[in-house]
Ligand binder design. Structure first.
Ligand code: C2E
Ligand code: MG
Ligand code: MG
Ligand code: MG
Length: 279
């Protein structure tokens, strides 16, 4: 248009887009190979009750190995899998393997509940509630021992379907946590409409919490709303004692972060005492 009538300009994707596409394609290949070769594994990070200091549950986090055996972070490959459609198979793999490990742990003694991340595209499928119920039954899991984290890194296209699915899942006794609240596609409407037990405040509000008055106001207000709705707040990214104390004083009930425990493999027979915080 700028060149005036009769001038044409061939669309030429800029360098950045080309590079992103190449990265996506190589990651898609990696994901397909990993699904074929079973090259995923799970790590578990404790979520701690800030009043009792006991482990409330573990969040299950997936890791992928590439051809050379190096670990690829889910922050890299999950968004690509969401765009390429491979996410469904990853979410199924994670749910199945997490519940399998959980049933093995439980056979040996008490073990905290599990929270499994499921991406929005997977939650939108008609058969999502059945997938959850089938996996629970397969491993004889008590639905009360499972929490599902709705990660809103990708946009929910069919909100009504997600709502119906989550109502069906919670009807069976499984609980729902809304992940990464405060960024991305999260909305206050979701707090009101979805059948939630936990709201996970995104780490970006916690990182600068001590210096940032606005973040403190947001955290305090959100914790009050969440409590008034009868749900619980989980703060991510707690990396030091001072932040932990501040979050407690702002009314946050649960926390997660390197200070409270890093993601680690579950060791069969290990006792689930919280690892020492004096490090
Ligand atoms: P998320 O669900 O919000 O998980 C929390 C992320 O923060 C994890 O990164 C965890 O290792 C990291 N983290 C926890 N505490 C701290 C801390 O104190 N400091 C710092 N710097 N980081 C901390 P991770 O494992 O790399 O996962 C990234 C994201 O990938 C997750 O964010 C989640 O959205 C997605 N993801 C991970 N596993 C799965 C999965 O099995 N399925 C799906 N659909 N998504 C997953
Ligand atoms: Mg999560
Ligand atoms: Mg989170
Ligand atoms: Mg997050």
């Amino acid at each position: 248009k700028r060149k005036g009538l009769g001038h044409w300009h061939i669309f030429d994707p800029d360098e950045e887009q080309v590079v992103q596409l190449k990265i996506d394609n190589s990651l898609i290949l990696n994901i397909r190979n990993a699904l074929r070769d079973n090259a995923f594994h799970l790590v578990y990070q404790p979520v701690v009750n800030l009043h009792t200091e006991e482990i409330s549950h573990y969040e299950v986090l997936v890791r992928m190995l590439d051809e050379r055996g190096e670990t690829i972070s889910p922050g890299l490959f999950i968004p690509v899998a969401e765009r390429s459609g491979e996410i469904r198979r990853i979410d199924e793999w994670v749910l199945d393997n997490a519940l399998k490990q959980f049933s093995e742990m439980r056979a040996l003694g008490p073990c905290p509940k599990l929270a499994v991340n499921i991406s929005a595209p997977t939650m939108q499928a008609d058969d999502f509630p059945q997938m959850v119920i089938d996996t629970i039954n397969k491993y004889h899991i008590d639905p009360d021992d499972l929490i599902i984290e709705l990660t809103e890194t990708s946009y929910i296209e069919n909100f009504q379907q997600v709502l119906r699915n989550l109502q069906q899942v919670t009807g069976s006794g499984v609980r729902i946590a809304l992940d990464d609240f405060g960024v991305g596609y999260s909305s206050f409407t979701h707090l009101k409409l979805l059948p939630l037990s936990y709201v996970k405040l995104d780490g970006s509000y916690i990182r600068q919490l001590q210096q940032n008055q606005e973040d403190q106001i947001f955290v305090r207000s959100l914790a009050a709303i969440v409590e008034a709705y009868g749900m619980e707040t989980i703060a991510e990214f707690i990396e030091d004692e001072d932040t932990l104390g501040l979050l407690r004083s702002l009314g946050v009930t649960h926390g997660q972060g390197y200070y409270l425990g890093r993601p680690a493999p579950l060791v069969l027979g290990e006792s689930h005492q919280r690892r020492s915080t004096s490090h």
